[in-house]
Design a protein. Structure first.
Length: 364
């Protein structure tokens, strides 16, 4: 009997909770979308720390996470939580999950990954690297990019300003965000050959290097500008997109390597399979047209095969793969541990891709 009474009490409590939830929903539904939206903003502004953060962001030309911690006087986790609240109502933009970032980059270093690539206009990327990796800087190489004219970027597609002054300004702010005196590599972020010449960008990069802010200079580039930039013979490094599903630069990568340029390949997994990454469905249709699925090893995913194809290029010095989750990072690490494709599989994959219409651009 006592047991039955206890069960009834649990049921009553549950019913009371359900009723409270229903009442809450009903109260929300009583008001217009506009009124509910204003209520959300009022809630966000209800904490003085969030007001102080916005006031600070309005006063400065860039957002440096360490500055917020020092300016507001709260610890990092508290600042992160307030930033999340501000982001939720659209007052700021960007990825602010510092805990996940810390786990991902720590996991990467622990598994032997020794190059991190970021950019001035990759939202809060430089900030998180500066916080998550500042105690491990001697364990990896660090590359960033310059040319963005947004001092407070709101997307990864910010406009660029190709001037000497802006490159120096980007470099100085990036170093402050990264909590470093110098980086290993600075790259022009997709500047055309014409923009390089008009803005005197190569000389600016050389001067940045001479001032000790960077060890090597480079360019993140593509066709049709790649051949011209390569012909100047001034870049230590070039970052070039390439994968089995985007083979346009395959032979140009070999040409750049022959000219003594270090090769950083981006897009090595073709931006991830459609529905799992950011690639379009059209990109991955090439995988099916070439019947590459027939070449998979047992238990191997399509993305892993594409990454191993990229690693099979004899001139790939390093491959950068973007990720936002540790489970995706682990999948990429597992693929790398399998090693490049077997020579006969690599040859057959290229033959099938050629037949499917995915071939390298000719080298002039």
């Amino acid at each position: 009997m006592a047991e039955n009474i206890s069960n009834y009490q649990h049921i009553i409590v549950i019913l009371q909770l359900i009723n409270r939830i229903k009442m809450g929903l009903a109260k929300t539904e009583m008001f217009t979308d506009k009124q509910n939206e204003i209520s959300l903003f009022a809630k966000v502004f209800g904490h003085p720390a969030r007001v102080a953060i916005l006031e600070h962001l309005f006063k400065i030309n860039c957002c440096v996470f360490g500055d917020l911690v020092n300016e507001i006087g709260l610890v990092q986790p508290s600042i992160s939580q307030h930033l999340k609240e501000l982001k939720q109502v659209g007052l700021i933009k960007g990825n602010i999950d510092t805990n996940e970032a810390s786990r991902a980059v720590g996991m990467a270093i622990d598994n032997g990954i020794n190059l991190f690539d970021t950019a001035y206009d990759y939202l809060f990327s430089e900030e998180w690297i500066g916080w998550a990796l500042h105690s491990r800087y001697d364990e990896f190489y660090l590359a960033t990019k310059c040319g963005c004219n947004d001092t407070q970027p709101t997307s990864n597609n910010s406009d660029h300003e190709w001037t000497r002054d802006n490159l120096f300004r980007n470099m100085e702010i990036s170093l402050r965000r990264l909590n470093r005196d110098s980086v290993d590599i600075i790259q022009l972020h997709n500047a055309t050959a014409a923009e390089c010449e008009a803005g005197g960008l190569v000389q600016a990069l050389s001067d940045i290097r001479d001032q000790g802010m960077v060890r090597w200079i480079g360019a993140s580039t593509t066709l049709p500008d790649l051949p011209t930039l390569l012909s100047w013979g001034v870049f230590d490094v070039m970052q070039i997109p390439y994968s089995a599903l985007q083979r346009e630069h395959e032979d140009w990568i070999a040409k750049a390597a022959q000219d003594g340029v270090g090769i950083i390949i981006r897009g090595g997994v073709a931006q991830g399979e459609h529905g799992l990454g950011t690639a379009s469905s059209d990109t991955w249709k090439t995988f099916d047209r070439a019947s590459l699925g027939e070449l998979l090893e047992e238990g191997e995913s399509r993305s892993a095969f594409v990454l191993r194809y990229t690693l099979s290029h004899p001139n790939a010095d390093t491959v950068i793969v973007g990720t936002t989750r540790t489970d995706h990072l682990q999948e990429n690490i597992d693929a790398v541990m399998r090693g490049p494709l077997l020579a006969d599989v690599y040859t057959e994959a290229k033959r099938r891709l050629d037949a499917a219409g995915e071939s390298p651009a000719p080298v002039d």
